[in-house]
Design a protein around this ligand. Structure first.
Ligand code: CA2
Length: 155
């Protein structure tokens, strides 16, 4: 049986839609989850969601998905710019991973323009608001189809 697509969100993303609408829009994390769930259902996949404000919990969940998830969507929030430990956990993932940022981190403060996570994922979607989550799920489905056609799995 094919494992779920797991959507992981880091610190402060629980606040989406509650402040800073000029940067992050007015949609909430629940809205992002609904659209990701619908995108996964189009590919006959279940989606699961996890948000934490704690780095260690985030790493534990990534470890727990080894050999389980069929794809991971990750928005590590501010930890993207600081956490080598999180980067190392993502690198050890056994499935394709797509990184999402709601805002265009490349058009913001210099300290947001580098993500340690980007080095170890299969693709990155930035600046498209919460639509990025459903697009990331679609990308994972496409990657899975390509692997199946080639009889390979990237990771
Ligand atoms: O653009 C993104 O998705 C980010 O990952 C969001 C993070 C930020 O630290 C990254 O640089 C880019 C922040 C999450 C949202 O934080 C909020 C804080 C207050 C009100 C609403 C959201």
């Amino acid at each position: 049986m094919v494992g779920p697509i797991v959507v992981l969100n880091g610190p402060n993303l629980n606040l989406l839609g509650q402040r800073n609408p000029e940067v992050y829009g007015r949609a909430t994390l629940a809205d992002a989850e609904s659209s990701a769930r619908a995108a996964a259902a189009c590919g006959d996949r279940k989606a699961e969601f996890f948000q934490t404000n704690h780095e260690g919990e985030f790493i534990d969940r990534i470890h727990a998905e080894r050999g389980r998830a069929s794809g991971i969507v990750i928005n590590a929030g501010g930890l993207s710019h600081t956490s080598i430990a999180l980067r190392d956990a993502v690198e050890a993932s056994t499935c394709p991973v797509v990184e999402v940022h709601v805002s265009n981190i490349h058009g913001r403060e210099a300290y947001r323009r580098h993500s340690y996570i980007s080095e170890v994922v299969d693709g990155v979607i930035v600046g498209l608001g919460i639509a990025g989550y459903a697009l990331a799920v679609r990308a994972l489905l496409t990657l899975g189809d390509a692997d199946a056609a080639e009889g390979t799995q990237a990771r």
